[in-house]
Design a protein around this ligand. Structure first.
Ligand SMILES: Nc1nc2c(ncn2[C@@H]2O[C@H](COP(=O)(O)OP(=O)(O)OP(=O)(O)O)[C@@H](O)[C@H]2O)c(=O)[nH]1
Length: 422
């Protein structure tokens, strides 16, 4: 019996957790009040005042209570878990020690993969970074070696491969699509051995990863990027790395410390800012994040910066009140600078596997996502979720995090990634 049939009977974690939440979130836009008049230009206080004026039941509740306090907030660095359906437990040890909440981690030094010894052929960037994807590579490429060892490739092999792909977090839908593509080749006896099978699969995965629209051109002035995600996925760290990436491209970056909930977030971002050499608009603990975002765009216009990267507090995608706060930041940015935010990037932690896909679906219902950053690909065998998210969401993976160092954020490249996991 094909794995999917067995798998379907058991019900996937995705099926278990996805549908009720999706309905809950899908209902929320109708609960929204109509837009209020534009915020007065140039005054952050006015934006904060707007917060009071446009109280939603959910928003006001979020503001009366400490907005994040009762959350089952995970410790920084650990995989976020939706209470309803925890992500499948990892077989491997946790990737890193959780950071002390009040002691922002110093950005780690660069941990570049070593160049090949002289004389050896140069492999692509992703080839050199293949070591960082070792667990995913072992899971997918290694399993293919095992299931094809000493056997001819036939329908049974495809059944086993289907199981490998689903358990490697490529998602049921995408795994089935890939298997269907291989079926004809197997029938025509075009795939003789593991290498041919891997090559054909890598091609199929590259196609899935390439079927997404490109990330928006970053040519607005200033170009505003809002960064969102659940707790501890690596938002602040990724913003620091992004600032470094863009500054090295010769663009001047301003960071907005819009995570005004976590005491150390402002400090953590300031450390990144000093390290990278960019500008920052800080956010006092407890301040209205929309006001910080508003001020940051104003400062970027006045000071002539090219890019604004807005950090936001971590929030569980299942908490409607906190998700409403994101809508407000989005709305206020649009009032301050028409067209802003030009990008809304969701940061997801690859170690959470299918839960990351679920987060992407639910955040996308609240603020229109333009792309994703997948962090912690270096510490997980669940890297296949990259393919599931691309295949199902049709959203570009803009960058991937492959470590904690400043340079460990890479622009995603479909072909290189597909090669690196085999
Ligand atoms: N191994 C690895 N660790 C990462 C990566 N990206 C971030 N981290 C680590 O993940 C931990 C959490 O990162 P933060 O940037 O503080 O996460 P956050 O999403 O801003 O957290 P909250 O503000 O609490 O929601 C830190 O220890 C980071 O160093 C990555 O790509 N690989």
């Amino acid at each position: 019996m094909a794995f999917f049939k067995r798998f379907k009977k058991k019900k996937t974690p995705q099926e278990q957790e996805g549908q009720p939440q999706a309905q809950e979130q899908a209902a929320s836009p109708e609960e929204q009040p109509s837009e209020t008049p534009a915020a007065p230009q140039g005054e952050a206080e006015a934006v904060a005042a707007e917060a009071t004026a446009e109280q939603l039941p959910e928003t006001s509740e979020a503001q009366e209570q400490p907005p994040h306090e009762p959350e089952p907030v995970q410790e920084a660095g650990a995989a976020p878990q939706a209470p309803e359906a925890p992500a499948e437990p990892e077989e491997e040890p946790k990737p890193e020690e959780p950071a002390e909440p009040d002691a922002p981690a110093e950005p780690k030094a660069e941990t570049e993969a070593p160049e090949p010894p002289e004389g050896e052929p140069k492999r692509g960037l992703w080839g050199r970074l293949g070591q960082r994807l070792k667990k995913t590579k072992d899971k997918i490429g290694g399993s293919i070696d095992r299931i094809t060892l000493g056997k001819k490739i036939d329908e049974d092999t495809l059944d086993e491969l289907e199981e490998v792909l689903v358990t490697a977090d490529l998602g049921v839908q995408t795994s089935l699509k890939l298997i269907e593509q291989l079926r004809g080749k197997v029938a025509r006896k075009e795939l003789d051995d593991a290498e041919a099978l891997k090559k054909a699969l890598a091609k199929g995965i590259t196609e899935v990863l390439s079927e997404v629209p490109p990330a928006p051109e970053r040519d607005n002035n200033p170009h505003v990027i809002m960064v969102v995600g659940v707790n501890g996925v690596g938002k602040t760290t990724s913003i620091g790395k992004l600032a470094n990436f863009f500054q090295r491209q010769g663009r001047s970056v301003l960071l907005a410390a819009g995570d005004t909930f976590r005491a150390a977030a402002n400090e953590q971002l300031t450390i990144w800012c000093e390290r990278v050499g960019c500008d920052i608009v800080g956010g006092q603990e407890g301040a209205d994040p929309s006001a910080v975002a508003y001020d940051a765009v104003e400062a970027a216009v006045t000071r002539g910066h090219d890019l604004v990267l807005i950090d936001t507090a971590g929030r569980l995608h299942t908490k409607v009140n906190l998700m409403e706060e994101l809508k407000k930041i989005h709305r206020v940015l649009g009032k301050k600078l028409p067209g802003a935010p030009h990008e809304v990037i969701l940061v997801v932690d690859a170690t959470t596997g299918q839960n990351a896909l679920q987060q992407a679906k639910l955040f996308n219902q609240v603020v229109p996502l333009t792309g994703l950053i997948l962090t912690k690909l270096d510490g997980t065998a669940k890297g296949g979720v990259v393919v599931a998210i691309s295949g199902e969401m049709k959203l570009p993976i803009c960058f991937v995090g492959l470590g904690e160092g400043m340079e460990d954020l890479r622009p995603f490249e479909a072909e290189g990634f597909a090669e690196a996991i085999f």
